[in-house]
Design a protein around this ligand. Structure first.
Ligand SMILES: Cc1ncc(COP(=O)(O)O)c(C=O)c1O
Length: 473
């Protein structure tokens, strides 16, 4: 595709700059101006067309179904964007005095209260992502055992955990020990029993796990951990499976995080800002990262004076506008709507699973929660998960998550989310059925896909090893 520079014609520009808005300014010192700025000289319509065309080369949840397992690409209501753009929220200064931003503090206070209602835990909204919530949780685990003067250094993590779980605890200095899943996809409790000793600080369980399964032994797991003096961490990034139906604290978890940018419908992907609040049961609340938002006689205020806190994990108080969108989402749904969200997420996933079970291999045959995993296990003519994931692009869908979780060979992880209609799911099923037919009858079509996208199949190794990140005209 042409770049904007290809339309540039020297001398074309008759631009007008807006008023500076200030009388005096210091020009940038010359020694810092080391590269000559070359701006394309184009007309307004060329700029509009260029960017509109660029936007059409991308795929987003506003274009079509985006069944990216684990990543919960649900539709984000536009009203949340409108609210987040309101000046009273978007133009506040992070150093403004609490008395001047009472409304914003109230949003944070009430969001933490809503999350407590949903999970049974007390939250700090500071972490900027799910993995950041995990790291904050691991720091809380560390401080807890430091205070007990116990040198526990191991965190147990099932093979069905999200990939960030082991990375986060390792970053905090813990040693990770993996627990295998049993043939039903649950944690192998016998193996857990064998691994538990005085060195185990915690176990971190992605719930539901990355197969989209709720661990049926969760009570037993939490009992064993408690008996061992270990903490139980729950990765609640995908709370759209259980919110409004079951609370993480009641399942026996001591610490958790959730992803506002997934479950609570704020946009994500492309590295955009997220929010991964970390929550704890009451006895651990003193360790939460600061600040928390509190309410006193003078109104809402940021509470920093918490001597046992692990300290700050983010500048100011986290990603406020992400929290605001989540607050708008929760308030507009209400308790009943939140329950309905989870019910529909689980119903949609089970509907898709039922439609696909005879078409693709199902490594673990159980009812699922909000997502499920199929595989390329019985594909003919050497057609692989990678081929299927590319061919689905030609049918106008984003690919599912592939080759994850790692313990399922050729995994294809599908999450329709609660925002998909039956019609769009049926269209997806038809496309998957057609791909299976092609795998038998016209395998080359699948193996050379995608064909209908602006960029055809890329060499993934070169793209990763030698990415071209700069336009060099
Ligand atoms: C179960 C689970 N845990 C943790 C994360 C990590 O969240 P983040 O990408 O915000 O760091 C994700 C993200 O997809 C997830 O699905």
């Amino acid at each position: 595709m042409d770049t904007i520079f290809d339309y540039s014609v020297s001398g074309k520009n008759r631009f007008q700059l807006p008023e500076a808005g200030c009388e005096d300014y210091d020009p940038i010192p010359e020694e810092y101006c080391t590269v000559a700025t070359v701006l394309p000289e184009v007309s307004e319509v060329e700029v509009v067309r260029h960017y509109t065309n660029l936007s059409r080369m991308n795929f987003g949840v506003d274009n079509g179904m985006y069944p990216l397992g684990s990543c919960t690409m649900k539709y984000n209501p536009k009203i949340n964007e409108k609210i987040a753009a309101m000046e009273g929220f978007s133009a506040i200064h992070p150093l403004a005095d609490a008395s001047a931003v009472q409304g914003c503090l109230r949003v944070l206070y009430e969001l933490a209260a809503a999350l407590r209602e949903i999970t049974g835990m007390t939250f700090s909204l500071c972490p900027a992502a799910g993995s950041h919530g995990e790291l904050s949780g691991a720091m809380i685990i560390k401080k807890y055992f430091q205070d007990l003067k116990e040198a526990r250094s191991v965190v147990l993590i099932p093979d069905s955990a999200h990939g960030t779980n082991p990375a986060s605890v390792a970053m905090c200095g813990f040693t990770v020990k993996e627990i295998p899943s049993n043939s039903d996809g649950d944690v192998d409790v016998e193996r857990l029993r064998q691994l538990l000793d005085g060195n185990v600080a915690a176990m971190m369980l992605t719930s539901p796990n990355t197969l989209g399964l709720f661990d049926r032994n969760i009570r037993e797991i939490s009992r064993l951990l408690r008996e061992n003096g270990s903490l139980f961490y729950g990765d609640g990034a995908n709370l759209n499976a259980t919110a409004g139906r079951a609370r993480m604290a009641d399942m026996g978890f001591d610490i958790m995080h959730t992803n506002l940018h997934k479950t609570f419908s704020t946009p994500h992907g492309g590295g955009g800002p997220g929010s991964g609040p970390v929550g704890v049961v009451d006895r651990l609340a003193k360790y939460l990262p600061v600040p928390l938002v509190a309410k006193g006689a003078q109104g809402y205020y940021l509470e920093y004076d918490r001597p046992d806190s692990i300290g700050r994990v983010h500048s100011f108080y986290g990603n406020f506008l992400v929290a605001l969108r989540a607050y708008a989402y929760i308030r507009s749904l209400g308790a009943e709507g939140i329950r309905d969200m989870s019910d529909t997420a689980v119903l949609n996933a089970n509907y898709l699973l039922a439609c696909l079970r005879d078409l693709y291999k199902l490594p673990i045959d159980r009812k699922c929660m909000h997502e499920f995993v199929i595989s390329d296990g019985d594909m003919p003519n050497g057609v692989t998960t990678n081929d299927i994931s590319k061919r689905i692009l030609d049918y106008g869908f984003h690919s599912p998550t592939v080759y994850f979780p790692l313990h399922i060979e050729g995994a294809i992880m599908i999450e329709p989310t609660e925002t998909e209609t039956k019609k769009s799911m049926d269209t997806f099923v038809n496309a998957m059925a057609e791909i299976r037919r092609e795998a038998y009858e016209e395998p080359e079509k699948v193996k050379t896909a995608p064909r209908n996208t602006p960029v055809h199949r890329v060499d993934a190794v070169i793209a990763a090893r030698k990415p071209v990140l700069v336009w060099e005209g």
